[in-house]
Design a protein around this ligand. Structure first.
Ligand code: GUN
Length: 295
């Protein structure tokens, strides 16, 4: 058996078409233009390319976007002042500070400074708390995108054994939380593996769905999965450079071997990545609606 490829590119395209229409309606009917600011500190090439992709997508959908790039030695105080400025800016409905931040800046402090109503990443503790309680809030973009991929692919999650690899605040922890809730793409039984897990392969072998978000290229191999498993690969690992100078990417899953046993699998690139950006746009449009009293 060879797996059905879940195309994040195609799914993202469909959702973006819906969003584009929504942005047009907001403008025509309510004179509202959603606004997003992305703030990048430093010159990390991966972060630069993510931020560029976010701004390009915003622009294509008719969302007003501002891109701020700060030197890597920018002080924490200056970054906090910038966040405070955008908290007050009525043109801006969503504020995204690209992570990771340089070591001298306290990431938690910066995320806490963002107005929760403008926290389109869903990283502020108010939004994290609401998410855990199952209340309406901005959901973190990558887990939200994965839920959409599972739903739109018709993958059954209710009662499924889901094994999540990686306990990051951005993916692993919120993913585990969302999938155990009584909600669409939820109701699963969750195992969260991390660096201290004794036998990760053994957990993987009994999984109906594996979500890999550890940042280790090709960690999950065919001998570690059962026939018919659903694979969601969040890893974006740069494993080399092509002759034309483009990064060669690999996921956390050994795609070529695992796809022969899986029923569904996401590719890298073109899987989860485009969905993350699309969910950011969805949250930004929601933020603009909320600010305009249209929710
Ligand atoms: N770094 C990696 N993923 C993300 C994300 O979803 N949001 C932000 N702000 N930074 C990231």
């Amino acid at each position: 058996m060879s797996a059905t490829i879940i195309s994040g590119t195609e799914t993202a395209k469909a959702i973006r078409e819906e969003l584009k229409q929504e942005v047009t309606d907001l403008l025509v009917k309510h004179q509202v233009v959603p606004g997003l600011v992305t703030i990048l500190v430093g010159e990390d090439p991966a972060s630069q390319s993510y931020v560029a992709a976010k701004n390009k997508t915003a622009h294509a959908l008719g969302i007003h976007s501002e891109q701020v790039t700060l030197a890597k030695d920018t002080s924490e105080a200056d970054l906090l002042a910038l966040v405070a400025k955008y908290n007050q800016d009525p043109k801006i409905h969503g504020i995204l500070v690209q992570l990771p931040l340089p070591k001298h800046i306290n990431e938690t402090k910066v995320l806490y400074a963002i107005d929760p109503l403008k926290d389109v990443d869903g990283f502020h503790p108010v939004n994290v708390g609401k998410m855990v309680l199952g209340e309406q809030c901005y959901l973190p973009c990558t887990p939200h995108g994965i839920l959409e991929l599972l739903l739109r692919s018709g993958v059954q999650t209710s009662g499924a054994e889901v094994v999540i690899l990686g306990r990051s605040n951005i993916v692993g922890k919120p993913m585990a939380n969302l999938m155990l809730q009584k909600r669409p793409a939820g109701n699963a039984t969750i195992t969260l593996c991390h660096t201290r897990t004794k036998d990760m392969a053994e957990h993987c072998r009994r999984a109906d769905i594996i979500i890999a978000a550890v940042g280790v290229p090709k960690l999950v191999t065919a001998d570690m999965v059962k026939e018919g498993v659903v694979i969601i690969d969040v890893g974006v690992n740069r494993i080399g450079m092509s002759e034309s100078g483009k990064a060669i990417l690999a996921g956390d899953v050994d795609f070529d071997s695992v796809k022969e046993k899986a029923s569904f699998i996401t590719p890298v690139p073109g899987g989860v990545g485009p969905m993350t950006i699309t969910m950011l746009m969805k949250n930004t449009v929601q933020a603009a609606r909320q600010a305009a009293g249209l929710l």
